[in-house]
Design a protein around this ligand. Sequence first.
Ligand code: 5RP
Length: 234
Amino acid sequence: MTDRNASTDSPEKRAAGIAAAKLVSPGMVVGLGTGSTVAYTIKELGRRVREEGLEILGVVTSYQSEALAIEAGIQLTTLAQHPEPDLAIDGADQIDAGLYAIKGGGAAHTREKIVSVSAKRFLVVADESKIGKQLDRTVPVEVLPFAKELAVKKLWELGGKPELRLASRKDGPVITDNGNFVLDVGFGVIGDPEALALKLSSIPGVVEHGIFSNVDEVYIGKKDGSVEVITKQA
Ligand code: 5RP
């Protein structure tokens, strides 16, 4: 997996990431997302493990979060052992007013979706720049390499503009932790994320797309270090 999320220190991301770590209590099984915002959560959980003796188990969503969690000293488990984590915490690339999210900037959205849908509660951590009225960012779509051409054709037919994600200008395609390609697909403003999600899932060879409809709560970190919490309306 190549990391489009690598970034320098961000007070907003740190505020959101650390605030989310406070929700974790002893004995919890926690889904650990991928990216620069949730990295603050993972590091803070590691601090609590070391300094407070917090006993938790983490379920990772990528090799990147696995490495970070191991470095932080968080004991890991799997969905095979703990199929229903108490809480999943992850970042997002964009979140709309209805708490639909686009994820996959770090090409980890397939495992992130599996872990977050498995969890009892899904919390997103983000900085203010991620929040908008409607989704309009490109949607990452993980495809089997064998199905790339068909997927590209079907995505054009759906009105999308697919582009194969490259590791860099001179390198080949980004390869996900699952051994697949990622197509970043522009759809303009996405009026009905639920309907688009269904259409994307119906394309043969699509492993998973980056539209998430299961966010329960968003922690938004602000420049002044404060955190706004938005909860999904029932
Ligand atoms: C990885 C993701 C990330 O959570 C998303 O890209 C946000 O990353 P960051 O916190 O670095 O802005 O979906 O696949």
